[in-house]
Design a protein around this ligand. Structure first.
Ligand code: ADP
Length: 255
């Protein structure tokens, strides 16, 4: 793979109270810096801004109102970027920030602009860190979840691989949080109705998405010929194992 997009979920990079899981973020940054040093183009799509904002403001759970969520995203985003930027610099990398809304795919000119910006950042050797522009996004222009956003980014940068790091080892035949006998599905060649039914949504306090949005992401990627892997983010070295072709988590193979 020459260009790799990695997405981390809220549950991976934050503790339950919303504070940043520094150990995981540190390992994640090291793994991505290693990839970069192997001359790959690397994009990181990161969730967690609202959760981090909540913890900064001492809130126990995500508020319901839009202005509050958007304000907390604004507070959390700087904090998150500060941590990423500092760690990436320690490993000699130049982090950059790209905040997107859906108009990036709906408006041809903006789409082209975004593509050119990504490519220029690659040329500069920078690692773009992407999130939804939560402070301006309203329903009409929002992706709504970073799984879909990361798939769209993978298409924009013509990625060779999208890796979604989550709090779970991969796709199971039923939700393992509720069914201890659930079995991991290592390879998916096409998303069947059965697979969709296996993915009831979650209700974690700060994250959005669940498995349904990961399936949507796989569909977008696969339809553009891009494979997608879901793996556990508690060990970011999984990224290196995936790149080395080891069977980790679940891979969705384009046909
Ligand atoms: P993230 O914050 O990493 O995007 P989510 O909490 O949104 O993670 O999604 C992962 C969760 O999806 C798992 O922790 C699990 O509870 C839930 N889930 C539902 N159905 C399945 C399934 N069939 N296989 C794996 N996980 C599932």
């Amino acid at each position: 793979a020459k260009t790799v997009v990695v997405k981390v979920g809220t549950s991976t990079i934050t503790h339950h109270n919303g504070t940043i899981n520094l150990l995981v973020v540190e390992k994640l940054v090291r793994a991505l810096s290693d990839l970069k040093n192997e001359n790959k183009n690397v994009v990181l799509v990161t969730s967690g801004a609202i959760g981090v904002g909540c913890s900064r403001m001492g809130l126990k759970k995500k508020p319901e109102s839009l202005p509050e969520k958007q304000a907390l995203a604004a507070i959390g985003q700087v904090n998150l970027m500060h941590v990423y930027s500092r760690l990436f610099s320690e490993y000699g990398q130049i982090a950059s920030q790209i905040l997107l809304t859906k108009d990036v795919i709906e408006d041809e000119e903006r789409k082209l602009n975004a593509i050119n910006t990504f490519n220029t950042l690659f040329r500069y050797g920078s690692i773009p860190i992407v999130n939804e522009n939560d402070t301006v996004a309203t329903e009409e222009i929002e992706f709504g979840d970073n799984d879909t956003l990361s798939a769209v980014v993978a298409v924009l940068v013509k990625a060779d691989l999208l890796i979604l790091l989550s709090d779970i080892d991969g796709l199971y035949d039923k939700n393992p949080k509720h069914h201890p006998d659930a079995k991991l599905i290592p390879v998916v060649y096409g998303i069947t109705r059965q697979i969709e039914q296996n993915c009831q949504n979650t209700d974690n306090s700060f994250g959005t998405g669940g498995m349904i949005t990961k399936l949507a992401a796989a569909r977008i990627c696969n339809s553009h010929g891009i494979p997608m892997v879901i793996a556990n983010g508690d060990n970011p070295y999984n990224i290196c194992r995936i790149i080395n072709g080891e069977p980790v988590g679940t891979i969705f193979v384009p046909n």
